[in-house]
Design a protein around this ligand. Sequence first.
Ligand SMILES: Nc1ncnc2c1ncn2[C@@H]1O[C@H](COP(=O)(O)OP(=O)(O)OP(=O)(O)O)[C@@H](O)[C@H]1O
Ligand SMILES: [Mg+2]
Length: 286
Amino acid sequence: MSSNTAATTRDGAASPEPQEDTEPKPVPTLVVDALTVRFSGLVALDNVSFTVAPGTIHALIGPNGAGKSTCFNVVSGVYRATAGAVRYAGKDLTRLAPHRIARLAVARTFQNIVLTHGTVADNLMLGRHSLTRAGFTSTALRLPQAVREQRRHRERAAEIADFLGLGPAFDKPVGSLAYGDRKRVEMARALCMEPKLLLLDEPVAGMHPTERVAMAETIAKVRDALGISILIVEHDMGLIMRIADSVTVLDFGRLIADGTPERVQRDPAVISAYLGTPAQDEGTQP
Ligand SMILES: Nc1ncnc2c1ncn2[C@@H]1O[C@H](COP(=O)(O)OP(=O)(O)OP(=O)(O)O)[C@@H](O)[C@H]1O
Ligand SMILES: [Mg+2]
């Protein structure tokens, strides 16, 4: 388990701390409380509750259609909850629009998204947009203050790119990068929003084994260096068991297990839920 401040690293690696924070704010706890989501006849989430402790990697796993992305979509404000609450930083997120949730320093990546447009820098600067103070007119007129602010954002984006191993690709078109690096750009874009809570929906899907291992190390490095909370959906059980501090397991919208990776892995309900599920991982059964 790691510290919940953004100041230190566990392994002594360079930490891309946010520049504008004089006093790092504490990382809030995320509480998913009795969350239910129905789509006409289908119950995608059924009375699901779990807690993401500050500064931890919390995995949300389960077979296809279990309700994992639906849960992400409610936390990030894309879907409305039918019942229940998601509490974070003193607010009920189920009542907020996505842009207001983003302002609470919650950032997400999307399942199946592969960036194709612009350079790495362009994509990362999109992540900085919500933190930009200068208005459209002063930016368009290139007023000195707006130019200075843009420069600061670009420096910060370059720092985050370096941290994720994308430094040499910073000015390259994303379309020219290998698939694994494009998935990294998507995570870097989310990190450019300076999140305290990062939601990663299948960050290694489609990657080959070497890229997966490297990405797992990067995700753990982000937790350790920034002290932020990470809620991760991933089918790669080997990866989850290596990097997660705690795991929640869903099956057909219901929570069937919650605890440490070791405990969840041995849970009979989890083993039975995964039997018959096609292997999509490095071959490790939960
Ligand atoms: N917008 C929607 N409208 C109707 N049904 C939906 C919608 N979004 C999700 N569902 C349904 O809710 C259930 C849960 O879907 P969800 O995408 O959350 O699963 P998942 O656990 O993320 O699965 P996967 O591992 O395949 O990504 C599925 O039966 C899905 O078809
Ligand atoms: Mg999904």
